[in-house]
Structure formats: structure tokens, C-alpha cells
Design a protein around this ligand. Structure first.
Ligand SMILES: [Fe+2]
Length: 355
């Protein structure tokens, strides 16, 4: 199954007008429908070029290739890994600890079941906050100072530039989805302002962990609002649609992938569910590894993931007409920062002692 590919350019060109063109309206409606049905969407944004993506991936490959002891200098466990590096073996996939998910997995037909992880994820991750931070917040840890590794003079500019471009793409999709859902255009973007958006690329060493079936990110959903990825040089992402179908994602060159997270599920009272996904070594990953070896390229699989969040101090609750939906009571009002802390404690990224 092919995911819907939306060119954002016509919307961006029209967004200065208050009146929405019927053609644009139809695309907005497609965006909201696809987010609801598939939890994923491919987009093309003229502001996010393939060259920008490559520049970012080149720098991150150079970083992840550094020795472990160098990378551990950027580790901040006392800040719950919410900035700097998270070494492999720290993040715990939800499918390993959440009994409700395990039950659901067992009930799935065999061919649709995800790979079962046997322990924490064998992937590294770097967390870099994007955009302005609030001057007053009740959730300081989610809004900490950035960490810059030594020997990377281009780090800040590369991270900020790629991160803010991808955030702009998410904002456009969030506006289009709001219009499509029959909410105010800024219903989502107004509460995303000063959110703790995270550019959080992962690095997986395919030289070390390149066996078919290795699980880099066990079956899980994202706890944030919307997630966006640039194209990775190695395939491996599988997603599950609302109807249970499993889809191997192929992102065309120059395109970005958007996925729904739990905060969006909350805001839509369960109309739009957080998309389940996993990253595993597949036969296509192995083909890409063989290709990379021939071309003498890096064997680190870097994902350029950005997690867009609702502002920590904003209230998460079903918006507008979603407050009347039958499932709305499953989504009680709470501050987004509180919700995030609660979720992080499940996947092991909160409350870890420094080591
Ligand atoms: Fe994820």
C-alpha cells in the first residue's frame, strides 16, 4: 500500500489568505482522513530539500561513528536523557513492558505481528531541542540547555536549520489537519508554540547489529503530537494502519514522513490514534548495506527524526467537537508536560540515576 503524498507548496502559497480555496480544502480533508486511517503521511515541502537532509545525515554519521567514550561525554542521565546522547541499551520498547500491548500482539495474525524485542533498543539517539523555550515553565527538565559535542563547529547551525525546517513542515500539516477536522486553522499550532520540540536522530550500527530481524526500535507509539522523519539511507521502518495492516514504509527522495503521536490522539478524543511502528533490519536493509559497502559509505543507519510537541504548560484535552465524541472521557484534561513525564517513566527515560 502506498501512503498519501501531499505537496505542501499550494497550501503554503495560499495560507496568507483567510478564505480557503475549495481545492486546498479537499487536500486538508485528505490529510485529516489519512492521519485518522493510516496514522502516517508523506509530504514534500519546498523548504526541506534533499541536500539539507544529506548535510544533516552526513554530520550525524560522522558523530555516531565516534568511539563510545567520546559519545558518552554528551550523556545527561540526570536530565532523563532529554538533551544530549542516549546510548544503546537504554530505551526500552513499550512492547517489552506494556502488558496491554503484549496481549494485542498475541491476538494479531502471525504475518502482521511485529518482531518481538528481547531487551532494550540497540540504538543510539541524540536529543536536540528546536525553537524557543518558555521563560517560565513548571517543567524545567523538559526544557534544558543543549549539549554540543567537541569538534563539530557546524553542529548548532546544522541541527537548528534542519530541525526548524522540519518543524515548519509539521506546522503546515497541523494547520491542514485542523482545517480538515473542522477545527480552527490554528487549533493545534497555537498550543505548539514554545513546545519542547525535539530533533532526535537515532544511530544504529549495521556493522555490529546487521542481522535480519534485529529490532532497533521495538513496536511502539510516539508520545508526542506529530513525528516527522527525513529519508533514511537504510530502510527498516514498518508501520501499522488503523485496520491492522502492516506497511513497510518507502520514503521517496526529497520527501518527509509524518506520523501521529499520542498527544494528537488526546486532542482528537481518540479519533486519530497514535500510529504503531517499529524499526527492524529487513532484507531491504541488508541490500542497502551491501550497496553502502560497495560504495565505501557509512554503515550507521541514521534517522532524522523530529518529535513535535504540545507546549508543556498547555492543557491536553479533546478540542472543539471532539469533546463530544463517545471516547472523550478516556482522555481527561491534563498538562502536556505532566503527560510526557508519565509516559517517559514507562519507557525508562525518566528517573534513571546518573552512572
Ligand atoms: Fe517512534
Amino acid at each position: 500500500m502506498e501512503l498519501l503524498l501531499v505537496d505542501l507548496e499550494p497550501y503554503l502559497e495560499s495560507s496568507e489568505f483567510s478564505e480557503i480555496d475549495p481545492k486546498i480544502m479537499r487536500v486538508c480533508s485528505d490529510v485529516s482522513t489519512k492521519l485518522r486511517e493510516t496514522g502516517a503521511l508523506l509530504v514534500k515541502d519546498p523548504r526541506c530539500s534533499a541536500e539539507d537532509n544529506d548535510r544533516f545525515l552526513d554530520m550525524m554519521e560522522r558523530y555516531f561513528q565516534k568511539p563510545d567514550q567520546f559519545k558518552r561525554l554528551q550523556e545527561r542521565p540526570h536530565l532523563h536523557y532529554q538533551v544530549g546522547v542516549t546510548p544503546e541499551g537504554v530505551e526500552v520498547p513499550r512492547s517489552l513492558v506494556d502488558e496491554e500491548i503484549q496481549e494485542k500482539l498475541k491476538a494479531m495474525p502471525k504475518e502482521l505481528q511485529p518482531y518481538l524485542p528481547v531487551g532494550p533498543d540497540p540504538k543510539w539517539r541524540y536529543m536536540w531541542r528546536i525553537g524557543p523555550r518558555p521563560s517560565h515553565t513548571c517543567f524545567q527538565e523538559l526544557n534544558s540547555e543543549p549539549v554540543i559535542p567537541e569538534g563539530f563547529p557546524e553542529w548548532k547551525e546544522t541541527m537548528d536549520s534542519w530541525g526548524s525546517k522540519m518543524t515548519s513542515a509539521i506546522e503546515a500539516v497541523a494547520e491542514m489537519a485542523a482545517i480538515g477536522f473542522g477545527l480552527e486553522r490554528n487549533a493545534f499550532t497555537s498550543i505548539m508554540k514554545q513546545g519542547p520540540h525535539l530533533l532526535a536522530p537515532t544511530g544504529s550500527d549495521l556493522q555490529l547489529h546487521g542481522k535480519e530481524g534485529t529490532v532497533f526500535a521495538g513496536y511502539h507509539y510516539d508520545l508526542n503530537f506529530l513525528t516527522i522523519h527525513g529519508r533514511s539511507r537504510f530502510p527498516g521502518l514498518n508501520i501499522w494502519l488503523r485496520n491492522g495492516q502492516k506497511v513497510e514504509v518507502k520514503v521517496p527522495v526529497g520527501c518527509l514522513l509524518i506520523q501521529t503521536g499520542k498527544e494528537l490522539e488526546w486532542l482528537t478524543g481518540g479519533e486519530c490514534l497514535a500510529g504503531m511502528h517499529e524499526v527492524v533490519v529487513t532484507s531491504r536493509t541488508i541490500d542497502a548495506v551491501e550497496q553502502a559497502k560497495k560504495q565505501n559509505r557509512s554503515l550507521w543507519r541514521v534517522s532524522s527524526t523530529l518529535f513535535a510537541h504540545i507546549a508543556s504548560d498547555a492543557v491536553l484535552k479533546p478540542l472543539g467537537h471532539f469533546a463530544e465524541s463517545p471516547l472523550a472521557s478516556n482522555y481527561p484534561a491534563m498538562r502536556a508536560g505532566e503527560f510526557v513525564e508519565q509516559e517517559l517513566s514507562v519507557i525508562n527515560l525518566k528517573g534513571k540515576k546518573e552512572h
